[in-house]
Design a protein around this ligand. Structure first.
Ligand code: ASP
Length: 316
């Protein structure tokens, strides 16, 4: 029986994975908490698993050779943006007008961050967010121009590249119905490298049928994305408005910082108080400054990948 996203978006109990530090480095990624969309459910979960595994391998290869956590999360998210099944880059959710507007952010555990919203020209929004951090005096840029994307050395793409047929069918079905259930996706990654640095990157097409100009939590530092070397890196997915109200990513770090909570307890408490208690759903991947990985969601599903002592774990 095909899984319908509308049927799975309601908040459920929290599911949480807690993996002790290993290897000296760690990587966890998510491909959204929305589950399969009806128009893509015929693909089964194999294609999603393959996409998650490719993205994990891209980031892991960087960490394995002693690379930077920020490079690893960007390389991971780039793969997910290029994959047509995930809600980011190509294959992203469509706005009410049938186009694509991307939001993305990156944060390095040192405290530097960059973000973009309503991006229409960048093939890989995650790298433009990184360029805002590294090449501009700003942190958050709305609607980056095509010229700027090119100036910063990134590939551009036309709307036709981002818009896929299943997403068009999804938009038509949702616009024709009276559905009020949240429909979400988003991709993201967190990493801790062998030098003890953490980083987070998150990228999305937002919510299906969203108004032009609507911005969710993904590019908002502290809401959908956050990283601090001493504490943790967190990348979120779910109902953006709830993540913004609850300042979810930073709330987890604040619990560690001011209450002395361990990462798993902080994650569980934040999901419970800021999402479940408000009837909102979603999930997140996180890595502690010590390399501990915590993956959790209160949505009935979440696409994710991380390693435990037995190897790669794929959640679909
Ligand atoms: N959080 C994203 C947004 O609200 C959507 C998602 O994660 O599915 O734009």
């Amino acid at each position: 029986m095909p899984v319908h996203e509308e049927a799975i978006a309601r908040p459920a109990g929290i599911r949480l994975w807690d993996v002790a530090p290993q290897n000296g480095f760690a990587l966890a990624l998510h491909g959204g908490a929305g589950g399969l969309i009806e128009e893509l459910s015929s693909e089964g979960t194999d294609a999603f698993e393959e996409g998650l595994a490719i993205a994990h391998a891209a980031g892991r290869a960087i960490l394995e050779r002693g690379g930077h956590a920020l490079d690893a999360v960007c390389a991971t998210v780039e793969q997910l943006e290029n994959h047509r099944l995930f809600n980011a880059g190509r294959g992203a959710a469509l706005t009410a007008l049938g186009g694509v507007e991307h939001d993305a952010s990156v944060m390095d555990g040192s405290g530097e961050a960059g973000a973009i919203a309503a991006s229409r020209h960048a093939k890989n929004p995650v790298y433009v967010a990184r360029s805002v951090m590294e090449k501009s005096p700003h942190l958050f840029l709305v609607s980056p121009s095509k010229e700027m994307v090119i100036d910063w050395g990134h590939e551009t793409a036309e709307q036709e590249y981002f818009i896929t047929e299943p997403r068009q069918r999804q938009l038509a079905r949702i616009q024709a119905s009276q559905l009020v259930a949240p429909r979400h996706g988003t991709v993201g990654a967190v990493a801790r490298d062998s030098h003890g640095r953490v980083a987070a990157a998150t990228s999305t097409g937002g919510m299906v049928n969203q108004q032009l100009g609507r911005v969710g939590d993904t590019p908002i530092i502290g809401a959908g994305n956050y990283a601090r070397n001493e504490f943790a890196a967190i990348s979120c997915t779910g109902e953006g408005e709830a993540f913004i109200r609850g300042v979810v990513a930073y709330d987890i770090v604040a619990r560690m910082r001011y209450l002395g909570s361990e990462l798993p307890e902080a994650v569980a408490a934040t999901i419970e108080t800021e999402l479940t208690a408000n009837h909102s759903s979603g999930g997140l991947v996180s890595v502690g400054g010590d390399g501990r990985v915590v993956v959790a969601h209160n949505s009935p599903r979440m696409f994710a990948a991380f390693e435990d002592e037995n190897g790669l774990v794929l959640l679909t």
